[in-house]
Design a protein around this ligand. Structure first.
Ligand SMILES: Nc1ncnc2c1ncn2[C@@H]1O[C@H](COP(=O)(O)OP(=O)(O)OP(=O)(O)O)[C@@H](O)[C@H]1O
Ligand SMILES: [Mg+2]
Length: 410
């Protein structure tokens, strides 16, 4: 009984969030939508379906960062490492790391290889090392920047690799900056003076002007990319299934995306069994129903659902499933504008700040269970997955400020 009431209150809140926050993105700028989720949940299918739908009205590009190349299979069209027309108004490409390296990175890579070789590292290993961590992800993101700048497409959709890699992908701008600072933190001017004296004395090759120019350019592009990813034009959609392990991974992704400053604007729950799935699946239908409720309690963003189809969803069928998912809504809308949580450091303590606009302070209860924080306020309940920095601490106090619950951890 209580559970039902909670769920109703929650639904009311979801609805409110959706009502107040569904807005249209700035139409003069490209709209960027990233799809992520655990392996096999249906990211490629949902991303491809979304792209088909947006392309009816807006010129759309879908980029796959997944080396498995399932996007080609999904559309039944062979894609390339550059935009290829799939149908009217819809283009697709599959990022290929080797191709990227050859085309854009030779100079920098050559220098890094030389550098590692000078450190006594074996040729093959040096070449490998020269591809810095997250390089393939960065390559995809730089494409996004290129198309964003040129305004070549109105909608850009990214079909990402499974969650862990997407999180890596989205933290790449910072990592790349760090990496480059370490390697190339030398001022160009200084280098020009130092080179003739230093080079004969030390056994580390110094980067040439050309390399430095490229690095500087890359550095600027990474900064710009970060701005675009954090801007309201970009949102992330988590594809999930009503299944324990999948929900856990989605929670982790949701928390970290929030903390990195990205906007998750909705959740897409895929592979939901229809009520009339027959005797054989009766138990599964029940299990899924309880997980659907759990999903409702754990993700304070609007949710869309897609039922499990009786056959593979590829090609023409993608249009139907896009209509089912978005159920009349415009897929380019920003379904939730709020950043529902953030962490601030205060001396030795941390503060977790959670949006809770319809909650009253007097009836708040906090329960911490390992990596979970359960917030109960009357009929409203929210379960949060905590990042490591908070999971190891205890909540010591909580206060309310302008619709936000502010919890101190020590
Ligand atoms: N709603 C659905 N009903 C039936 N089959 C589905 C549904 N959604 C996805 N599938 C099928 O499930 C399989 C996995 O889907 P998909 O490739 O989209 O997942 P993915 O998350 O992109 O996987 P990966 O992590 O490998 O990239 C595919 O065979 C796809 O056709
Ligand atoms: Mg995929």
């Amino acid at each position: 009984m209580i559970k039902n009431r909670m769920s109703e209150a929650d639904m009311k809140m979801e609805k409110n969030i959706a009502d107040t926050n569904t807005i249209n993105a700035d139409p003069s700028l490209p709209r960027i939508i990233l799809f992520t989720g655990k392996g096999g949940v249906g990211k490629t299918t949902v991303a491809a379906a979304t792209a088909i739908k947006t392309s009816r009205e807006r010129k759309t590009l879908i980029i796959s960062t997944d080396p498995a190349h399932s996007l080609s299979d999904s559309f039944g069209v062979e894609l390339n490492p550059y935009p290829t027309e799939i149908k009217n108004n819809l283009f697709g490409m599959e990022v290929n790391v080797e191709y990227e390296l050859e085309k854009h990175w030779e100079t920098i890579k050559d220098y890094l290889t030389l550098f590692f070789q000078s450190q006594g590292i074996d040729d093959v290993v040096a070449e490998e090392l020269a591809i810095f961590p997250g390089f393939d992800e960065l390559a995809s993101l730089l494409h996004l920047l290129e198309f964003y700048r040129k305004r070549s497409y109105e909608v850009i959709i990214l079909d990402c690799a499974p969650t862990g890699e997407t999180l890596r992908l989205l933290s790449v701008p910072e990592i790349a900056k760090w990496y480059m600072n370490r390697f190339f933190g030398i001022e160009k001017k200084l280098l020009r003076i130092v080179r003739p004296i230093a080079e004969p004395l030390i056994d580390i090759p110094l980067p040439s002007e050309e390399v430095l120019d490229k690095i500087q350019d890359l550095y600027a592009r990474i900064g710009e990319l970060k701005e675009i990813l954090e801007s309201p034009q970009t949102t992330v959609r988590i594809v999930t299934n009503p299944e324990k392990m999948v929900i856990r991974e989605s929670e982790r992704a949701f928390t970290y995306l929030n903390l990195f400053g990205y906007r998750v604007d909705c959740l897409i729950i895929n592979k939901v069994l229809p009520e009339d799935s027959g005797d054989y699946f009766r138990k599964w239908v029940e299990i899924q129903r309880s997980y659907m409720k759990e999903i409702d309690e754990r993700f304070p963003v609007p949710k869309f659902t897609l039922t499990f189809k009786s056959e593979e969803v590829v090609g023409e069928k993608l249009i139907e499933i896009a209509d089912e998912i978005y159920n009349g809504a415009d897929p380019t809308s920003i379904f939730s504008f709020a950043k529902p949580m953030r962490i601030e450091k205060e001396g030795e303590d941390f503060r977790l700040i959670v949006k809770a606009p319809f909650v009253e302070k007097k009836d708040i209860k906090l329960l911490k269970r390992g990596e979970e924080l359960i917030i109960i306020a009357g009929q409203w309940k929210r379960i949060l997955y905590l990042p490591q920095s908070l999971a190891l601490r205890e909540p010591v106090s909580a206060k309310f400020m302008s619709g936000e619950l502010n919890i101190k951890f020590r």
